[in-house]
Design a protein. Structure first.
Length: 142
């Protein structure tokens, strides 16, 4: 997904149609990732640890709407064919940087410790089965 976003940034002022397509793929991929976390991964971790209030999933769930707002702010400009998205991009990248760090350094290692290989395989399989209409949404709606 990082490469899609970089493609958008690189092409938005020189080849807007290609930039727009890259952003659309990035947007849908990020939204899919959030659905996957909230529907599958977070509930599994909370069930295994008994920690749902105040733990890492609680914090990350709170970050998801802010990430979504920045994503939509960029989307609004892309829909208007406006390449002036630098400020919104920086805000999104800042949020994603801290969010991804929590995932990679805290949540994912913890999930590996509290789940079996079979449980993780089930989550990955269920991730593949998430209906597209759950994440291929535009403008904050279906």
């Amino acid at each position: 997904m990082d490469e899609l976003f970089k493609t958008f940034q690189k092409l938005k002022r020189s080849d807007f149609p290609k930039a727009k397509e890259a952003f659309k793929e990035f947007k849908f991929g990020l939204q899919r990732h959030i659905v996957w976390e909230e529907d599958l991964l977070f509930p599994l971790w909370e069930e295994k640890t008994g920690m749902s209030e105040g733990g890492p999933t609680f914090v990350m769930r709170g970050e998801h709407p802010r990430i979504g707002q920045q994503l939509e702010a960029i989307h609004d400009k892309v829909a208007e064919q406006n390449p002036e998205t630098d400020q919104e991009e920086q805000a999104l990248l800042s949020l994603l940087g801290t969010h991804n760090m929590k995932e990679e350094r805290v949540l994912y290692p913890s999930i590996d410790q509290v789940t079996s290989v079979e449980e993780r395989e089930t989550v990955f399989q269920n991730m593949k089965n998430i209906p597209e209409d759950r994440y291929k949404v535009c403008c904050g709606q279906h």
